[in-house]
Design a protein around this ligand. Structure first.
Ligand SMILES: [Zn+2]
Ligand SMILES: [Zn+2]
Length: 145
């Protein structure tokens, strides 16, 4: 995993003429400090510890802004569990076991055959980012035989 450089990301956002408010900066810092994924309510808890006036919808708006700026990717793990992560950490996806809740991280290369197939058959260039694939993990799946 690449260690994200918060100041570099802030610099990129300034180049896009985005206004960096203290709350926006704080949310980005929390994302940089987090090793892996974080939910909006976890970010909210951390921001609120120093800034009690903040509300959850503000956090969601900041995350939407970061997502549209290409800084953050979101992944919907199902049952309302949405996680956020810095795009700079590198592309990966998640296998989510619907029985025991285990989450397995997989590299982006697993989707290369699918991308190739979609391009060949449909001329379609797929943009697959931060995918959650639901199913049953190795311990939970029923064994044939
Ligand atoms: Zn992820
Ligand atoms: Zn399982």
């Amino acid at each position: 995993m690449v260690k994200p450089d918060c100041e570099k990301i802030l610099g990129k956002l300034r180049e896009q003429r985005s206004r960096i408010t203290p709350q926006r900066r704080r949310v980005l810092e929390i994302l940089c400090e987090t090793d892996g994924h974080i939910s909006a309510s976890e970010i909210y808890d951390q921001v609120q510890a120093h800034n009690p006036q903040v509300n959850l919808s503000t956090i969601y708006r900041i995350l939407e802004w970061l997502e549209s700026a290409g800084v953050v990717t979101r992944s919907d793990l199902g049952e309302g569990h949405v996680i956020y992560e810095l795009a700079a950490r590198g592309m990966h996806h998640h296998l989510v076991c619907d029985r025991c809740g285990t989450i397995i991280e997989v590299g982006d290369d697993i989707l290369d055959p699918l991308r190739k197939l979609l391009l060949e058959r449909y001329g379609f260039q797929a943009e697959i980012k931060h995918l959650a694939i639901h199913g049953l993990c190795d311990s939970c799946r029923p064994r044939g035989g």
